[in-house]
Ligand binder design. Structure first.
Ligand code: LLP
Length: 417
């Protein structure tokens, strides 16, 4: 569910015609719906009302300071993976006690800054990292709370680049290693090792694997408790899938219904790290047709947005629905034709969508690439020396720029002759 809808054959974001946004702010343009964003956060909060978890929005999905700030205002904490995300998180005004920090490669410097800012929790991914956090905490004269990320080794049906909980993935430690750490906590005197973390993958549409992983870990937590190890936090990660085309993902309520009974059986407080579920359908990428090119083999709509603006189709073969901003259904006598929607970048892998049916696309026409609010802008780059797009937040009939379009000067700002 989202707030991008047609009114009189024109695509609107809430009460604003997106065509008007393209005219005012230019294209390519990321457009977000405030209402959709907040609604999705609230859906999770409501679904888990019974156990009142700490819900940390996963900033890697979208680290725009204004967008994260809206969620923080709603009560969300933030899940970070780098010193850069920590920097932005703190600028949103989030309480440091609501920041959780994952990543397999936290550097000594990043760890130090995070401890100095009194973040709540590190999700620790390896023994050497655990030793490093202990060392830095010792130096700072502090005792830092950490959770051990366990790789529960469950199989998933999602793109292989976004599964993280198989034993061959680089994330987390196996159960045996975790057991060893918990049973020997005293080896790390500057750490309060009292949490368990999992994150099994992303764009998961069926609760089955979640249930499996959570049951496995809940059993492990009970076993630890029987051995006198007190686990205060169970961080179950993110991963909830959304609708890109015809998926039927579990709703937040269905997800909660499947796992809350398991979580209620253990004493630990629960942490969630949803990213895509909250931001995914709250954003679109608005782009204009530069040329329509007809070849013997195919029709191409060459857009002003490319893989540098939205990498998901090129990188994962991901499907994003593409809609005409002015619905062509009113154009009489037109017939549907198939187009590859491609970018201007010098790579054959530069496409946004393939083989999509439209009624005669025209030069200058606007298209909306849907469900681009998560892992859209945050994965964009300057490849081909393309300034990154602007971002706009719509709230009812109001809209505001939340990131300026980059300029050519931005491209060389840090370069030295
Ligand atoms: N927590 C941890 C430890 C994670 O690694 C991730 C995502 C999340 C939470 C949030 O997952 P979500 O709720 O968004 O599924 N770029 C890929 C997705 C990569 C996800 C990486 N980790 C894509 O565009 O599909």
């Amino acid at each position: 569910m989202h707030d991008f809808k047609y009114k009189n054959n024109e695509l609107y974001c809430e009460s604003v015609a997106v065509k008007q946004l393209a005219e005012k702010y230019g294209t390519p343009l990321y457009v977000y719906s405030h209402k959709t964003l907040v609604d999705h956060y609230r859906k999770i909060r409501e679904a888990f009302r019974a156990i009142k978890p700490l819900i940390c929005f996963s900033m890697k999905a979208n680290s725009n300071i204004a967008l994260c700030g809206i969620l923080v205002k709603e009560g969300a904490g933030l899940d970070i993976v780098s010193g850069g995300e920590l920097y932005i998180a703190l600028k949103t005004g989030v309480a440091a006690k609501r920041i959780v920090y994952a990543s397999v490669g936290k550097t000594e410097k990043e760890i130090e800054i995070a401890i100095k800012h009194h973040i709540f929790l590190f999700n620790v991914e390896s023994l050497p990292e655990l030793k490093m956090i202990d060392k830095v905490a010792a130096r700072l004269g502090r005792r830092q709370t950490v959770a051990i990320r366990i790789n529960p080794d469950v199989r998933l049906k999602t793109h292989k680049y976004i599964t993280t909980g198989h034993k061959e993935n680089k994330f987390g430690v196996d159960m045996e290693t975790a057991r060893g750490i918990f049973m020997n906590c005293s080896r790390f005197p500057h750490l309060n090792i009292c949490g368990v973390h999992i994150h099994i993958g992303s764009q998961i549409v069926d609760s089955g694997p979640f249930v499996k992983a959570i049951e496995k870990i809940a059993g492990f937590i009970k076993e630890l408790e029987q051995n006198g190890v007190n686990i205060r936090w169970f961080n179950i990660g993110g991963g909830l899938g959304i609708i890109y085309s015809n998926e039927r993902p579990q709703t937040a309520a269905e997800y909660a219904k499947a796992i809350v009974p398991i979580l209620k059986k253990i004493k630990a407080g629960v942490i969630l790290e949803p990213g895509r579920f909250i931001a995914g359908n709250s954003g679109i990428l608005l782009t204009r047709v530069v040329y329509v090119k007809e070849t013997a083999a195919k029709n191409f709509a060459i857009m002003d947005a490319g893989m540098n603006d939205l990498a998901r189709p090129s990188l994962y073969g991901a499907y994003h629905n593409v809609l005409p901003v002015e619905s062509a259904s009113y154009r009489p006598s037109s017939k549907l034709r198939s187009y590859d929607i491609v970018g201007p970048i010098c790579e054959s892998g530069d496409f946004l969508a393939k083989g999509r049916k439209f009624i005669d696309l025209k030069q200058g026409e606007l298209l909306a690439v849907m469900s681009a609010g998560a892992y859209g802008f945050s994965m964009s780059s300057n490849y081909n020396a393309r300034p990154r797009p602007a971002e706009v937040m719509v709230d009812g009939k109001h809209h505001r720029l939340i990131r300026r379009r980059e300029t050519y000067n931005d491209l060389i700002r840090n370069e030295l002759r």
